[in-house]
Design a protein around this ligand. Structure first.
Ligand code: SF4
Length: 472
């Protein structure tokens, strides 16, 4: 067992190499001249959205050098941070960091990610060849967490792989599940295979995107197995590290960091690595499956066919994202899809865009309804109203918290509403409702018609509740 002092020393890739001879084999997918640097933020408005704070709230202490502990119980306090660890309060320019990592190996990138974020980062494991990420994490010698989305529609082989991986690495995968009520509503109204008729986005939203969103809200960073060669249409430009353009972390939108350590690695090299390291793999791969998702939406591909041709084969080949990596789609592609960025198919919106904030706890206000609120000098109950556009990713980003808030406020004496304020309604909302950008949140107090605009960009439940409680 290594001493605490040895453990607390910086883990350079060199020390990793010497510690585990297997790692030498990684050279097959390592770029020369690794160069990793964290650059301090230079500040300024242009960079603001790209800056996010790594956790490093954990002290540079020690880590277990000999055992990879059960992932779910890995403790941040025991997570090592290397000599180059960023100070807790320092902002990091992730565009610069991405450039600096250009020549780093996946192992080095993984090491840097785990080093920076300790217990507040988790690896997303789909049950396919992204088991490579877990192997890299193990090779860093650092504690790590793994989560997986159990959609309820996976192949039996995938569940068996989960079990094998847990045993092989002595970890507990943090499974996340869809909301039972949402699945029930979808299946009862549309049946078990609605995705073959009206697209996979709605089902993916319920079974994957929302559970993922809930999971990510508890993290500062996540690691994915996305690779550029997986989808020429949507993944050709994915960076090694980026501020997540779609999902929120603990501190809201713009605070979550997404690491893609194998972005630049080709599928064949991942497979060489998996074979060499002798790790468990999904037995579906030996039956011709390459990219593996849910059972009804995945099929084997023929030699020469692209791997994504085995996913949602009845849909447009250039837009095969389930919503988990929706940020890969360019705006015009998302528009063509008629999706709202949450992976919702065009089905029930006035312009083909599916609505958001759909729960009985939120009143859908029409223009006359909002005009009434503006007229009433005295109302029985105060109102909280979001002015939104369903295609706006910031509105999508606050969907879960706003819906949760609305559920919490049932019976509290505060009504919660939404008003779609794009299109024809925009000039009215700008003039009468202080709409500057989407989303705008207004509180209509009991005794005055004049709404008070929520001033913050924090849109988590607690912040919104504090705002309401201060005014009600
Ligand atoms: Fe539903 Fe298919 Fe998406 Fe799985 S991949 S969540 S079954 S649409």
């Amino acid at each position: 067992m290594a001493s605490a002092a040895a453990i607390s020393s910086s883990i350079s890739s060199r020390s990793l190499l010497s510690r585990d001879s297997k790692v030498a084999l990684i050279a097959s997918i390592r770029h020369p001249e690794p160069s990793i640097a964290t650059s301090a933020a230079s500040g300024g408005p242009r960079l603001r959205r790209m800056l996010a704070r790594p956790c490093c709230a954990v002290e540079p202490t020690k880590r277990n050098d000999s055992v990879v502990p059960p992932a779910a119980v890995a403790e941040a306090a025991n997570a090592a941070v290397g000599e180059e660890a960023t100070a807790p309060s320092a902002a990091v320019d992730y565009e610069e960091l991405n450039k600096a990592l250009e020549n780093a190996s996946p192992l080095e990138i993984m090491d840097r990610a785990l080093d920076m974020f300790g217990n507040e980062i988790a690896i997303a494991f789909s049950g396919a060849e992204d088991v490579a990420l877990i192997e890299y994490a193990k090779l860093t010698g650092r504690p790590f967490r793994v989560f997986s989305l159990d959609t309820g529609r996976l192949n039996p082989e995938t569940y068996r792989l989960f079990d094998a991986v847990e045993k092989h690495y002595d970890i507990h995968i943090e499974y996340t599940f869809p909301d039972a009520g949402e699945v029930q509503a979808l299946v009862r109204s549309k049946g078990l295979f609605s995705f073959y008729e009206d697209g996979h986005q709605e089902c993916c939203r319920v079974r994957k995107v929302r559970p993922l969103r809930r999971m990510l809200k508890g993290l500062r960073a996540w690691v994915t197995g996305q690779r550029k060669d997986q989808s020429p249409g949507t993944r050709a430009n994915i960076p090694l590290v980026q501020v997540d353009p779609v999902f929120e972390g603990i501190d809201g939108l713009g605070s979550l960091i997404k690491w893609n350590p194998v972005a630049g690695v080709e599928g064949k090299d991942i497979w060489n690595f998996l074979r060499t390291m002798n790790v468990p793999v999904n037995s579906l791969h030996s039956q011709g499956y390459v990219s593996i998702g849910c059972e009804p939406c995945t099929r084997p591909v023929l030699p020469g066919q692209h791997e994504r041709e085995g996913r949602w084969w009845w849909e447009d080949a250039t837009a095969k994202e389930c919503g988990l990596h929706k940020g890969n789609l360019k705006q015009d592609e998302a528009g063509k899809l008629g999706t709202n960025g949450n992976g919702v198919a065009a089905a029930n919106g006035v312009d083909g865009t599916v609505d958001i904030f759909e729960t009985q706890a939120i009143v859908n206000l029409s223009r006359p309804g909002v005009e009434n609120l503006l007229k009433l000098e005295k109302r029985q109950e105060p109102w909280l109203v979001v002015l939104y556009a369903p295609w706006c990713r910031f509105c999508q980003g606050m969907e879960t918290s706003y819906m949760e808030l609305a559920e919490k406020l049932i019976g509290s004496g505060v009504k919660v509403g939404k008003f779609r304020a794009d299109g024809d309604q925009k000039p009215f909302a700008q003039k009468e409702l202080q709409l500057g950008s989407f989303p705008t949140i207004l509180f209509f107090p009991k005794n005055t018609s004049r709404p008070i605009k929520y001033p913050s960009e924090k849109r988590d439940v607690d912040s919104l509740l504090a705002f309401i409680n201060a005014l009600r």
